[in-house]
Design a protein around this ligand. Structure first.
Ligand code: SF4
Length: 373
């Protein structure tokens, strides 16, 4: 379990399930009546950002939990995804992490009122239970790395079992699954892993589970009756990239079959230009992301040249398809021209992926939100 230097619990969360869990685990915390360390709020220095991963703050969240995925922006091919945010910041430490572009709090925050998030979903369920929502909890916090502490997966899995048309995705780089396996089977719960060759895991994804342990955890989830998915993301160019990514395809295809997962997504390294300086301060020029040659793209993020992205995607997709044509692969947060080059068609026209890109649902949810507000 992650060890924190300091744990704060707001008085409005002191009776919450997560605070009781802290007590059960004998973890000492300080009860506060105001958000601690407010003087440190704002743009964080490299060392303050590092420290923010070690100071846990549990509080009630007053806003809306359920939102559209931030990838839904002009210039990108949106894959119809919604997010449920149950906290912010991450206890792991990837060099390319996009949290470095916007976290301005010196604390890793967990929202105590998971019940309110489920009440929001309950409301939606009344009129939209038959729609095909895809909802993830791993946007601004890893879905599972702290779940052995919060046990939020238990509440969420139990709720999603009551809405079989909706799909819940836990997205993680940890291997923490043992504590919820007994709740399977739940075919509409996908546990997904961001994967990279072990070379990248050990050089760029600090504090995460090894590739081998992520794959073992994935196997356990299949055996318990959950669905799984893999995101090979971010693909990072390095001298031996071809050999290492082909090795990764080998490891996946030897241990899993296409029917084990609905899809594999691919994405290449990308990040906001404003996070470059903090990445350099935190990880130095030994990090592959800091020495990468990147260019500004339509959505403002820095990316590899489009031809290089295409070449890396083509190499990985071909390797999967050579082993079995049934592997379903899509590109995440990519521009339409890369889709066309890699797949020869846009996602809406690609077999098996049409429903992921049906934007009627987004319109319907927008209408629902307008009526609620
Ligand atoms: S696991 Fe995800 S959220 Fe956590 S540091 Fe890595 S990229 Fe960021």
């Amino acid at each position: 379990m992650t060890v924190f230097e300091k744990i704060f619990v707001h008085k409005n969360a002191v009776d919450s399930k997560v605070a009781l869990r802290l007590k059960e685990l004998n973890l000492n915390f300080e009860v506060v009546s105001e958000e601690p360390l407010q003087d440190k709020k704002g743009e964080l220095s490299a060392s303050e950002f590092d420290k923010s991963k070690k100071q846990l703050y549990v509080k009630k969240f007053e806003g809306q939990f359920f939102k559209r995925c931030p990838g839904a922006k002009p210039g990108l091919t949106c894959c119809n995804y919604f997010v449920l945010n149950l906290g912010q910041q991450c206890d792991m430490n990837c060099s390319y992490c996009y949290l470095q572009s916007f976290i301005n709090s010196p604390l890793l925050t967990i929202y105590s009122n998971v019940d309110d998030s489920i009440a929001e979903l309950e409301k939606m369920k009344q009129s939209m239970a038959n729609d095909k929502f895809r909802i993830g909890t791993g946007e601004v916090i890893d879905s599972l790395s702290l779940d052995d502490l919060t046990l939020y997966s238990h509440d969420l899995i139990e709720f999603f079992k009551t809405v079989p048309n909706w799909q819940l995705e836990f997205k993680t780089k940890s291997d923490k699954v043992d504590h919820f396996l007994h709740l399977g089977p739940a075919k509409n719960v996908i546990v997904s892993w961001s994967l990279n060759p072990e070379f990248i895991v050990s050089s760029e994804e600090h504090g995460t589970a090894s590739l081998a342990n992520r794959l073992i955890a994935a196997k356990k989830c299949i055996d318990a009756g959950f669905k799984i998915a893999f995101h090979i993301d971010p693909v990072i160019w390095h001298e031996n990239w071809k050999e290492n990514y082909l090795g990764l395809v080998d490891q996946i295809t030897k241990q899993f079959k296409p029917s084990d997962m609905p899809y594999i997504s691919l994405g290449a390294l990308r990040f906001q230009p404003e996070q470059r300086h903090i990445m350099k301060q935190r990880f130095g020029m030994k990090s592959l992301v800091n020495t990468a040659e990147l260019f500004s793209s339509a959505d403002g993020k820095l990316r590899y040249d489009q031809k290089l992205r295409q070449h890396m995607f083509d190499t990985i997709i071909s390797a999967f398809k050579e082993r079995d044509s049934k592997w379903n692969i899509f590109l995440c947060m990519e521009q339409p021209e890369t889709w066309l080059a890699a797949n020869k068609s846009l996602p809406k026209q690609t077999d098996g992926l049409e429903s992921l890109f049906d934007h009627n649902l987004i319109r319907k949810h927008k209408k629902f939100s307008e009526i609620q507000s």
